[in-house]
Design a protein around this ligand. Structure first.
Ligand SMILES: Cc1cc2nc3c(=O)[nH]c(=O)nc-3n(C[C@H](O)[C@H](O)[C@H](O)COP(=O)(O)OP(=O)(O)OC[C@H]3O[C@@H](n4cnc5c(N)ncnc54)[C@H](O)[C@@H]3O)c2cc1C
Length: 651
């Protein structure tokens, strides 16, 4: 792109904390990565954080931020131990050490203390500069007003109803999703301003940029009557597509054809489970190949790959079109993915906090370390400021240590007879050792073979199988949303663009937190991208996507963000240089936990599934995280925490 265009985009403009970008971690992590020293205050080390630390307000490159993953990668590459200093023994001793302070690690701490008692000594070690793992809070102060967005885990929502343990934990934390949905979610604000879902066709794929507003039927949850009546033929009349392609999309969207006549519902489902949605469209619905770019990314948000790599039956389960007249009976069938089968059977309750499930993580931290976050209710935690200096106090029974990457967890003595685990971790350039009666690895499971090289080979192989799904969420603060108002749009599915979707932040009013109501006020935008490589098997697509994320600089993310917003919103008067106030890129090279894909993975019996083999307890070390449930949901993170703790307590 030319310098003039860069100037038009505002690449030369200072935005909030932009200058810290690739050093962002250096602000928070920086004090640590410059090398820590042993604390003066006795056997422990310096507290992780200072009172003025506030990681949620950092902008720039967040998610897996610089400084959080380099140690893990050098461990993977076999270079770490070649230069590692001798570990310093902190002499700290705990009943339980948890590796990973995501929702699974925090829940495991909660369950352990609940079973063992209030006097349990627990340490959580986390490699990021904030707790919550994927459940990350993005906090902005635009025009002096607090605005929140989820940096990762979006909402309480699962393919299956929350289990007794997971629902029970939410209740103990004061979370009642149906009540909160009713009391705090503002579903009328955007419709009352006549803002609608839209599609944007990107010129790189479709030849010209085009925004079409008011998707027929409106999409999930959209109650606008006029759009219900609109036909796809009319809606697509100005789309940059040939007439034949427009007709075929309209035929699929309003399908009146049984594309598999003569088969029973069971037989149809069996056939649909063995072909991709792409193949269904091309070979069964006999659609023009020109429809594929229109549908390609529809499965990105759910599974992290496009329709080339997702079974047609799974796509039916999440509501993709083409099946309306095929007389498929409701409910799950054999050979479906976990998500598709669950959603076909009805799914769970849903609720979105302003910072996503980061509120669950914060409630768990307040439950474990009350001094760190003030307040008592699910409403007041939304605006409460955490005091990070209280997370790791030597006098506390429960301590949470950030910026600490665990590099080894070792049973002392034979695993079958071990009474102690030694856990070694880095902070900055230093290496420390702590001692525990038990350990739960609530971290990303593919990391575990490097932490416990003495695991059986079969278990290590199983753990390596679980390739996490890369994703990136952008949060953009803008001066006002008059362009959205003028164009009549609330959310945009962008076809063929860099970001798959761009939406106004969800409108929620909870406690002292109030979403902006007037288009003249600043607001946050939520953007989402799923990097993958169509045509490859799903796990290979995830690996390719991860590489893409790791080599993309913040400057590239910023330029693509400004360019896309300018092209979508420019006709509504949006000025990318003037109107963008802050950008946070939540980069998750290791995102969703891997869910088996019926097109690529064998239909193993339960006991032979890699996640089941991989999560076996090893001496005094148990394994949690959503990975060990082979899927990516908060309820599963909690359930796996419960199981791991039970395994330790019953051993
Ligand atoms: C972008 C995105 C959106 C999502 N949206 C939803 C949603 O809407 N609803 C939903 O239910 N789920 C969603 N998920 C799935 C999400 O993964 C789970 O809901 C849940 O937050 C996972 O919790 P966890 O503790 O199992 O894992 P994580 O949140 O990944 O936590 C594990 C932690 O362990 C740390 N760690 C790893 N290795 C080490 C080490 N060696 N030393 C120290 N720490 C280590 C990691 O850095 C991480 O912080 C989403 C995930 C992503 C990435």
């Amino acid at each position: 792109m030319s310098k003039d265009y860069d100037r038009y985009l505002g690449m030369d403009r200072p935005i909030a904390r932009r200058d810290f970008i690739n050093g962002a971690a250096v602000v928070i992590g920086g004090a640590l990565f410059a090398g820590t020293t042993l604390g003066e205050g006795g056997p422990g080390i310096e507290p992780s954080n200072q009172a003025d630390d506030d990681p949620p307000v950092l902008t720039g490159l967040r998610g897996s931020h610089p400084g959080s993953f380099e140690t893990a990668h050098s461990l993977r590459d076999g270079t770490f131990w070649k230069t590692a200093p001798a570990p310093v023994d902190t002499k700290e001793a705990y009943d339980l050490v948890l590796v990973g302070a995501g929702i699974s690690g925090l829940s495991a701490a909660h369950f352990f203390r609940e079973h063992v008692g209030k006097s349990s000594r627990i340490l959580l070690l986390e490699n990021h500069d904030d707790f919550g793992g994927h459940a990350k809070r993005n906090e902005f102060h635009l025009g002096g007003k607090l605005q929140l967005c989820n940096g990762g885990t979006l909402l309480i929502d699962s393919p299956t109803p929350y289990s007794r343990q997971a629902d029970g934990l939410l209740k103990k934390l004061g979370i009642d999703p149906p009540r909160l949905e009713e009391a705090t979610a503002d579903r009328t604000l955007y419709p009352s301003l006549e803002l609608k879902p839209a599609l944007f066709f990107d010129r790189g794929t479709f030849g010209s940029d085009k925004l079409l507003v008011g998707v027929p039927g409106g999409g999930r949850g959209w109650p606008h009557e006029s759009e219900k009546a609109k036909t796809w033929k009319d809606f697509l009349a100005d789309a940059p597509l040939s007439e034949a392609v427009r007709e075929d999309i309209a035929r699929i969207e309003e399908s009146k054809t049984d594309y598999m006549p003569g088969f029973t519902s069971t037989e149809k489902k069996a056939r649909l489970s063995k072909m991709s949605y792409r193949d269904f469209l091309l070979n069964i619905a006999k659609a023009n190949p020109g429809v594929i770019p229109f549908y390609q990314t529809r499965t990105h948000g759910e599974w992290g790959v496009g329709i080339d790599a997702e079974p047609a039956l799974d796509c039916w389960a999440i509501g993709l079109p083409g099946f309306q007249s095929m007389h498929l009976e409701p409910g799950a069938a054999p050979n479906m993915s976990y998500s598709a089968a669950g959603y076909a059977n009805g799914g769970s309750y849903r609720y979105h906090f302003p910072d996503g499930n980061a509120t669950i993580a914060r409630l768990l931290v307040r439950d474990l370390i009350p001094e760190a976050i003030p307040g008592h209710s699910v409403e007041d935690i939304v605006t409460a400021r955490a005091d990070y200096s209280k997370l790791d106090e030597p006098a506390s029974l429960i301590r949470l240590r950030l910026n600490s990457t665990v590099v080894a967890a070792r049973n002392v003595g034979k695993p079958t007879a071990a009474q102690e685990v030694e856990v070694t971790y880095t902070r900055g350039k230093d290496l420390f050792k702590v001692h525990a009666k038990s350990c739960v690895l609530a971290c990303w499971n593919m990391m575990i073979p490097f932490l416990c090289p003495e695991l059986p080979e079969k278990q290590k192989e199983a753990l390596h199988y679980l390739v996490k799904v890369p994703l990136v969420y952008g949060t953009v603060g803008i001066r006002n949303w008059t362009a959205f108002r003028k164009l009549g749009i609330q959310s945009v599915r962008a076809l063929g663009s860099y970001w798959d979707s761009v939406s106004l932040n969800a409108a929620i009013n909870i406690g002292d937190y109030h979403s902006p109501k007037s288009p003249e006020e600043p607001i946050l935008l939520h953007l989402s991208r799923t990097p993958c490589k169509p045509g490859l098997p799903a796990r290979e697509q995830h690996k390719a996507g991860r590489m893409e994320l790791l080599v993309t600089s913040f400057e590239d993310f910023e330029r693509k963000t400004r360019d896309q917003l300018a092209r979508i919103l420019g006709p509504g008067g949006f000025d990318p240089a003037e109107d963008i106030e802050a950008i946070t890129i939540n980069r998750w090279p290791h995102g969703y936990g891997y869910e088996y894909n019926p097109l690529f993975d064998p239909n193993w019996p339960e006991a032979e599934r890699p996640n089941v083999i991989g999560r076996k307890k090893f001496g005094r070390i148990a394994i949690a995280n959503t990975d060990s449930g082979a899927t990516a949901y908060t309820d599963v993170a909690i359930d796996q925490a419960y199981r791991a703790v039970q395994e330790l307590l019953t051993a």
